[in-house]
Design a protein around this ligand. Structure first.
Ligand code: PHE
Length: 339
């Protein structure tokens, strides 16, 4: 029996050393110390020994049982620690790895151009106004000297709502809204969306952005208009930029002009951007028509003014050398990330 005791001890110890997980440990515990385990059986068999051997063997068997219980506890602790270590190494952060780059948003090139243009005119004392994108025919046309039967209405292909209102075809109705609520003199700009029933192509979009300007005072002349627009164009496109006024027609200005800048690529010698002309059209402008003043209750004998309107997409395209207006609306991040 003594031999058996030794053997069991050795066996149990080596089994404990190689046990790999909690489950293995538990089944070892059952097979040695469980109710039907081998140590338990050994202790029970002490009763069958001759009386003089019983106390010594009983003590030895019980000591062994205690020892093994302790060994099991230790093994359990070891396993728990090992599992703990595995977990932390799995969750560990390698501080030497390169970080994850955060992708930062940025302003859309149209927004950026609008803000730049607004900044320039703010510096010249023009206050920023706004108006609705859904307009009445009165503000979009009539008050701007475009009565219902006037052929000039055809210049702007209009999107009508069922109730007769329109998606504003330009930002000029904000001139009217501002004059209605403001006593002259005034200097205002308005930036926003405009809509026309155009089919999208490289230079047209049914929705686009405009910047409108209006100055009203007692003695405003064409020279003031030229001065303001020259300062604007030079700030935006560079100090060497030259301006050209071509006679044109708008129902709400008289006289009216189409304003060109010297080509941003060739400076006037002629290239493919300006179709060899040396000039690029950037806006429409003119002196406020007396009819417009009458519509808002300003006395045209007392007040004079100039107005201008430009397409922001066109300005942004010239500034950045973009050749297709649709790029602004495709939402292609490869394009947008360049600005
Ligand atoms: N509203 C005109 C257009 O959209 C531009 C313009 C504004 C012309 C102000 C003259 C004065 O074509």
């Amino acid at each position: 029996m003594e031999e058996e005791l030794q053997l069991l001890t050795r066996e149990a110890r080596s089994a404990l050393e190689s046990v790999a997980d909690g489950e293995g440990l538990e089944s070892l515990r059952v097979s040695y110390l469980g109710r039907k385990g081998r140590i338990t059986a050994l202790i029970r068999s002490v009763g069958a020994l001759p009386a003089e051997d019983r106390p010594r063997m009983g003590q030895a068997a019980n000591r062994l049982k205690k020892e093994l219980e302790l060994e099991f506890e230790k093994a359990e602790g070891r396993l728990r620690e090992a599992a703990e270590r595995r977990k932390t190494s799995r969750e560990a952060v390698d501080v030497t790895l390169p970080g994850l780059a955060l992708s930062r948003g940025r302003r859309h090139p149209i927004t950026a151009t609008l803000e730049e243009v607004i900044d320039i005119f703010s510096g010249l004392g023009f206050a920023l106004e706004s108006g609705p994108e859904i307009e009445t025919e009165y503000y979009n046309f009539d008050a701007l000297n475009m009565p219902a039967d006037h052929p000039a209405r055809d210049m702007q292909d209009t999107l009508y709502l069922e109730d007769g209102r329109v998606l504003r075809t330009h930002t000029s109705p904000v001139q009217i809204r501002t004059m209605e609520k403001t006593e002259p003199p005034l200097r205002m700009i308005c930036a926003g969306k405009a809509f026309r029933a155009d089919t999208a192509d490289a230079s047209h979009s049914p929705m686009f952005h405009q910047l409108e300007g209006l100055m009203v005072d007692r003695v405003v002349s064409l020279a003031d208009l030229k001065g303001v627009l020259t300062v604007f164009a030079r700030r935006l496109f560079g100090e060497e930029t030259r301006l050209r006024f071509r006679p044109s027609f708008f129902p709400f200005t008289e006289p009216s002009a189409e304003v060109d800048i010297s080509c941003v690529v060739c400076s006037g010698t002629g290239c493919s951007l300006c179709s060899r002309r040396g000039w690029l059209e950037i806006l429409g402008a003119g002196m406020v028509d007396p009819e417009v003043f009458r519509a808002v209750g300003y006395d045209p004998e007392e007040w004079t003014g100039f107005a201008f309107g430009m397409g922001i997409e066109r300005i942004a395209m010239l500034k950045h050398g973009i050749d297709d207006i649709r790029l602004f609306y495709d939402n292609d991040l490869r394009f947008l990330h360049q600005f």
